[in-house]
Design a binder for this molecule. Structure first.
Ligand code: PAF
Length: 285
């Protein structure tokens, strides 16, 4: 309704506050785990949660455990005020924004290791990353007691890791996958896009363009994974990016495939300037 402002989300910072609030949350509870610096990609997850759940909780926690020693934890962008405004606009009821000490109190010693699906790709280039992700996601899902948890397909391997952990730990939560949100020109939305210079950004577009071209080639009949992978690799390299990997994989196991006789995915990680970007696309040939 015009002119009617939405209620502000309640900010919770301690586990005790979250537990008290959780007991009073009505109906299905949906959680959107984030590391803040929210953008349209996060907003789309919140909107989906809002349409499906009576209560929507967003978590906002930059998780040190998922950053490697030479990664961008300390410079990772943060803007709690803007994040709260976005949550308010999207009708989020609660924001759980714990401190590092709340999540990892002194003596903390338990980690979650999702074997198999964590091993390759990001797991290889960012050793320890998925330990950190799986550990914090398990803690957040348990702490919020959410019935549904919303994750973007942009981090496709993360999504599969989280699905596996929810099944293996018998967590009573449905993992809901939501499509990648892109800029009008195709660039996948990411908090890290803020690091891109104009020139980086122009060159970074080759990632989505190469993925779209591969999807089109697949639709037009190209079934050889090597050919599709090579075309992505050469378009992105020609734009001056340094590729960590281009992987043509089975959608569920993330193991490489040679021929598309099932639903697959192309995963890519590449560096432009000092920024590392990941993206992926589904292939239903
Ligand atoms: O995708 C992210 O933002 C993070 O990896 C997540 C799932 C919130 C865990 O810290």
């Amino acid at each position: 309704m015009q002119g009617q402002s939405k209620p502000k989300p309640r900010i919770l910072t301690t586990l005790a506050e979250l537990r008290v609030a959780r007991r009073a949350m009505p109906g299905l509870v949906g959680v959107v785990p984030t590391m803040g610096f929210l953008h349209e990609g996060h907003a789309s997850l919140m909107r989906r949660a809002r349409t499906e759940c009576a209560t929507v909780v967003a978590t906002n926690f930059v998780n040190p455990a998922q950053f490697g020693p030479r990664e961008d934890f300390s410079r990772y962008p943060r803007d709690m005020d803007a994040d709260t405004r976005l949550c308010e606009r999207e009708g989020v009821d609660y924001v759980y924004a714990p401190s590092v000490d709340t999540v990892y109190p002194s003596g903390f010693a338990t980690t979650v290791d999702v074997a198999g699906v964590s091993a390759r790709w990001e797991g290889e280039y960012r050793p320890g990353h998925f330990h950190g992700v799986a550990t914090v996601v398990a803690k957040l899902l348990i702490a919020t007691g959410a019935n549904r948890a919303y994750f973007g397909e942009k981090d496709f391997q993360q999504l599969q890791v989280v699905r596996r952990l929810a099944i293996d730990l018998d967590l009573p939560v449905e993992i809901v996958a939501c499509p990648t949100v892109r800029e009008a020109d195709g660039l996948a939305r990411s908090s890290r896009n803020v690091y891109l210079t104009d020139d980086d950004r122009r060159r970074a577009l080759s990632i989505s363009q190469a993925l779209f071209a591969a999807r089109d080639a697949c639709k037009a009949g190209e079934r050889r994974a090597a050919k599709l992978g090579e075309s992505v690799r050469s378009l992105v390299t020609d734009a001056g990016l340094a590729i960590d990997y281009v992987a043509v994989v089975d959608r569920d196991t993330l193991e490489p495939i040679e021929v598309f006789d099932r639903a697959g995915r192309i995963l890519i990680a590449a560096r432009v300037g000092s920024t590392r970007l990941i993206d992926n696309i589904g292939l239903e040939c």
